[in-house]
Design a protein around this ligand. Structure first.
Ligand code: GDP
Ligand code: IMO
Ligand code: MG
Length: 462
C-alpha cells in the first residue's frame, strides 16, 4: 500500500458512463491481454461503480494494481481494486495465493485511510497460503536455475517477482505440502501439518542453496507458528466459502466483476511458457479461481496498453532498445509497481494481441496509456512475424521460435497533440483515432474505453 482515500467523488458520473459500454446482462471479467501492468487496477476501480461485487480469481502479491483517485495513489497487490467503494463486496477467490503478512499490511493501510474492510471483504477458505519458505524457495530456485553447467554457461532466469508464487502453486499441485486458508482456523491441526511439511521444505531448500552456493537458515516451525498466529487472527474473520457467497449474490441478481491479476501472455497454459507466472491469468481462470461457471461471464474486457511492456525474463518481439523505448519508459513511468524494476518497452504487438484476445474470448477492449504515445512522429504496430524468411501471423507456442521472430511493422502517423484532456472520442486527434481504428479492425474486437491518463476522469467510454 502507498496511500489511499475513501472518497469516490465521481462514482455517480462513472456509473452513468458505464451504461454507454453496452455491457450484456450478466457478469464481466477484466484481464490483461499483454504481459501485465496494462492498467487493470484503473479499469476495475472505474467499472466497480456499475457492479455489486469484485472478485480476484488468480495470482498473489506478484500483482501490483494502481488505482488513482483525486491526487491519491493506491498500489494494491492482493486486495481487489474495487475496495475503494465502501458499499461493494470484495472477494479473494480460491484461485488466489495469499501472503498473510502482505494482505494484513494492505488491510491495515486501507483502514488507516478510513475504509472499514469488515463484512465487505471476504477471502475464500479454499485459497492457498504463501509462507516465508515459498519466497526463499522462489529466490533459490531462480539462483539454482541460472547456475552454469556443462552445456550452458548462461541462461535467462524466469525473473520472478520473488513473492513465492510458483512454489506456493507447486505445493497446491503437490497437495501433501500445501496449506490452505481454512487451515488457519485450527492452530493445533496446523501445528501438526507444519511439523510434517517444514522438515521437507528445509531439506529441499538446503539442497537448492548448496547447489546455488547461497546461504540458507533452516525454518523453525515454532517461530513460524508464532509469526503466523497474529496474522491468522486478523484473517480468520474474513474467511468464508467464496464460491457459495458469489452464487448467493448471483441468485440475488447482483452483478460480479472478476479482476484478473498478471495477464494472458503470463498465463501458465496460454502464455509464453516457461516465462510466465503459475496461474491461469486469462479470463479462463475466472471459473476455476472462483467456482463460477463460464456461462455466467457474458462480458470479457481485455485491457491493452497502447504499446507493449514486459518485466522479468522471456522474449518480447517488438522490444525497443533505443531512444524511443527509453522515451516510452520515462513518459509512461514504466517501472514495476511490485518490484520497481524498469519495464522493457516496445511497439504494440498485434500478433500477440490477436492470440490473447481470442484465447480470452474478449468481447471488448480498453486501450490504456494512449497519452504516452503523444509526440512520437510515427507509430509502428507489429502485424506479422518473420521466421526463417517466412511470414506468419500465428503466435508460436515454442519459446525458442518466439525468441527468433522478427516483427513485421505497419507504420501509422503519430499525433503531436497532448490528449490528456480529451474526454470524448471525437475530440481525440485524427491520427490517434486512426491508430485506434487500425487496432480495432485488425483484432476484430470493439474498443469500449480509451484511457488518456491515470485518473478516473481521464477516461473515454466509447
Ligand atoms: P495493472 O497491474 O494492470 O493494474 O497496472 P499497473 O498499476 O501495474 O500499471 C499501470 C500504470 O499506469 C499505473 O501507474 C497507472 O496509474 C497508470 N495508468 C493507468 N492508465 C493510464 C493512462 O491512461 N495513462 C497514463 N499515463 N497512466 C495510466
Ligand atoms: P500485474 O497484475 C507484470 C511476471 C514477473 C516474471 C513472471 C513470473 O501487476 O499486471 P512470478 O513472481 O509471478 O512467478 O513471476 O511474471 N509478472 C508480472 N509482470 N505484471 C504482473 O502483475 C506480473 N505478475 C507476474 O515479472 O516475469
Ligand atoms: Mg501491475
Amino acid at each position: 500500500m502507498t496511500t489511499t482515500t475513501t472518497s469516490t467523488p465521481d462514482a455517480q458520473n462513472v456509473g452513468d458512463m458505464i451504461d454507454r459500454l453496452n455491457l450484456k446482462p450478466g457478469h464481466a471479467a477484466v484481464g490483461g491481454l499483454q504481459w501485465g501492468d496494462e492498467g487493470k487496477g484503473k479499469v476495475v476501480d472505474l467499472l466497480t461503480a456499475g457492479f455489486d461485487v469484485v472478485a480476484r480469481y488468480n495470482g498473489g502479491a506478484n500483482a501490483g494494481h494502481t488505482v488513482v483517485v483525486g491526487d491519491k495513489n493506491s498500489a494494491l497487490h492482493l486486495i481487489p481494486s474495487g475496495i475503494l467503494y465502501p458499499d461493494k463486496l470484495n472477494v479473494l477467490g480460491n484461485g488466489v495465493v495469499i501472503d498473510p503478512e502482505q494482505v494484513v499490511k494492505e488491510i491495515t493501510g486501507l483502514r488507516e485511510q478510513g475504509l472499514k474492510l469488515d463484512e465487505n471483504f471476504v477471502i475464500s477458505d479454499r485459497a492457498h497460503v504463501v509462507l516465508p519458505y515459498h519466497k526463499i524457495q522462489d529466490a533459490l530456485q531462480e539462483a539454482a536455475y541460472v547456475m552454469p553447467n556443462a552445456l550452458d554457461q548462461t541462461i535467462e532466469g524466469i525473473g520472478t517477482t520473488g513473492r513465492g508464487i510458483g512454489p506456493c502453486y507447486a505445493d497446491k499441485a503437490l497437495r501433501s505440502t500445501a496449506i490452505r486458508m481454512s487451515d488457519l482456523r485450527d492452530f493445533d491441526q496446523l501445528k501438526h501439518k507444519l511439523h510434517r511439511i517444514v522438515p521437507i521444505k528445509n531439506a529441499t531448500l538446503a539442497a537448492l542453496a548448496q547447489y546455488a552456493n547461497e546461504d540458507f537458515t533452516p525454518i523453525d516451525v515454532e517461530a513460524l507458528l508464532a509469526w503466523l498466529k497474529p496474522l491468522a487472527e486478523q484473517l480468520v474473520p474474513h474467511l468464508t466459502d467464496g464460491a457459495a457467497v458469489l452464487h448467493d449474490r448471483i441468485q440475488q441478481g447482483e452483478r460480479i466483476l472478476f479482476e484478473g491479476a498478471n495477464a494472458t501472455l503470463l498465463d501458465i497454459d496460454h502464455g509464453t511458457y516457461p516465462y510466465v507466472t503459475s496461474s491461469n491469468c486469462s479470463s479462463l481462470g475466472v471459473h476455476t479461481g472462483t467456482g463460477v461457471a463460464g456461462h455466467h461471464v457474458t462480458n470479457v474486457i481485455g485491457i491493452v496498453k497502447a504499446y507493449q511492456t514486459r518485466v522479468g525474463g522471456g522474449p518480447m518481439p517488438t522490444q525497443l532498445d533505443d531512444e524511443i523505448g527509453e522515451r516510452i519508459r520515462q513518459v509512461g513511468r514504466e517501472f514495476g509497481t511490485t518490484t520497481g524494476r524498469p519495464r522493457r518497452t516496445g511497439w504494440l504487438d498485434l500478433v500477440a494481441l490477436k492470440y490473447t484476445a481470442t484465447v480470452s474470448g474478449a468481447t471488448g477492449m480498453a486501450i490504456m496509456l494512449l497519452d504516452v504515445l503523444a509526440g512520437l512522429p510515427e507509430l509502428k504496430v507489429c502485424t506479422a512475424y518473420e521466421i526463417d524468411g517466412q511470414t506468419v501471423t500465428n503466435f508460436p507456442a515454442d519459446i525458442g521460435v518466439l525468441s527468433k521472430v522478427k516483427p513485421v511493422y505497419e507504420t501509422l502517423p503519430g499525433f503531436p497533440e497532448d490528449v490528456t484532456e480529451c474526454r470524448d472520442y471525437d475530440s481525440l486527434p485524427g491520427a490517434a483515432r486512426g491508430y485506434l481504428k487500425f487496432v480495432e479492425d485488425f483484432l476484430g474486437v470493439p474498443i469500449v474505453m480509451v484511457s488518456v491518463g491515470p485518473k478516473r476522469s481521464q477516461s473515454i467510454f466509447c
